[in-house]
Design a protein around this ligand. Structure first.
Ligand code: KG4
Ligand code: ZN
Length: 357
């Protein structure tokens, strides 16, 4: 593989991540220091704690990336860094680190939108993997990004060319997973915990409401979350659990049914809208990314529906769905090729959108 070799830095949320990626696709190193254990104690992310952890880990993560990579500074063509969206304090740690490296090493700086990273992650090739297993896309594609902070559907006519079709009007899909996981007394983050709990109840007839919002491609998960809260409260009364002791957990079989019913409703809405959009825009592939795209039920449902429509699905392996540096190297290469260079005055953009409607 050829093309620019980028050192890519991601620190927008709760993973400190650095990768070395060639030509936007070939991973040479991809190191992620997760703060999950740190935030599990509070059941969610405390921004100041996250920013401090990025500061603590960013140098060791860079050292680990060099140790894995088999390349050196002279091979590096540029430094890509996430500048938004995300938590301001967390973003600034990565941005300032990237600026210092760019300055000291005289390398160009490339500003990357985190959301474009999630979209581009699907074409990354792991060390030793055959690149033909991850063929370049045929455009247009429909792209669904579902993470802890974002849920949107976009039409992509080329790399870097997006039109927003719809987005969440309230909670992000991952946020709903995390909140319902907490109500069920499961570990943080709720997404993987709900997936695991739901396995014991797959196919059970547990019906949660779906918010279709008419013909729109927008999403809403707050009604579903309220329904889950009510069902969980009812189940607790039935199981005679005290309201004032959240540590008193529902029986596993009940947790499994509620987790399955909730997950099934999220998956149904995401997959149905994605496939409807694919048909409407004449998509030639379906791309999914973001932490919730690691969900096995969502992957299976989209694979199934897309196969029925004769469309290939591009989805990163689960470890590349959640935040990582390689995806920033992937999106950064497109920006690098387009001649985009950031100045040393680059600032964080906490609310940076992917695209307009
Ligand atoms: O993309 P990501 O790492 O960070 C953001 O950019 O937000 O996504 C994290 C989100 C969390 O809400 C987490 O619960 C969810 O992705 N997630 C999952 C799964 N793995 C991670 N949700 C459902 N099923 C999973 N297997
Ligand atoms: Zn993300």
């Amino acid at each position: 593989m050829s093309g620019p070799l980028l050192l890519a830095i991601e620190s927008s949320c709760d993973e400190t991540a650095i990768a070395l990626v060639e030509g936007g696709r070939q991973i040479h190193a991809n190191v992620v220091a997760s703060q999950v254990a740190l935030h599990a104690a509070t059941g969610g992310i405390v921004p100041e704690v996250a920013a401090r952890a990025h500061l603590r880990w960013i140098v060791p993560v860079l050292e680990a990336a060099w140790a894995d990579a088999g390349v050196s500074w002279t091979d590096v063509d540029g430094i890509a860094v996430t500048y938004g969206p995300g938590l301001a304090g967390s973003l600034l740690v990565g941005i300032n680190f990237a600026k210092a490296l760019a300055h000291v090493r005289s390398k160009p700086l490339i500003a990357v939108n985190h959301l474009e990273g999630h979209v581009e992650a699907g074409w990354l090739v792991d060390p030793g993997q055959d690149p033909t297993e991850r063929p370049e896309p045929l455009f247009p594609v429909v792209a669904l990004v579902v993470s802890g902070g974002h849920t949107f559907l976009a039409e992509m006519r080329d790399h870097g060319t997006y039109r927003l079709l719809g987005q969440t009007v309230d909670d992000a899909a991952g946020e709903a997973f995390d909140k319902v996981g907490r109500l069920l007394g499961l570990d943080y983050p709720g997404g993987p915990a709900i997936q695991r709990a739901a396995e014991a109840a797959i196919g059970r007839d547990v019906r949660f409401p779906r918010a279709w919002l008419g013909d729109s491609y927008d999403f809403s998960f707050s009604g579903l979350k309220t329904a889950a809260r009510r069902r969980i409260a009812e189940a607790r009364v039935e199981a005679r659990l005290p309201d004032d002791d959240p540590a008193a957990r529902l029986p596993d079989a009940v947790v499994a049914e509620l987790a399955y019913g909730f997950q099934d409703a999220v998956v149904d809405v995401l997959a149905t809208k994605t496939m409807r959009a694919a048909a409407e825009i004449g998509a030639r592939a379906v791309v999914i990314g973001g932490g919730v795209a690691a969900n096995a039920a969502l992957r299976a449902r989209i694979e199934h529906d897309a196969a029925a429509a004769g469309l290939p699905v591009v989805v990163p392996r689960p470890g590349l769905c959640t935040d990582n540096g390689a995806m920033i190297g992937a999106a950064g290469a497109r920006r690098y090729a387009a001649g985009e260079r950031a100045g040393l005055d680059l600032d964080a953009r906490p609310s940076l959108p992917l695209a307009a409607r």
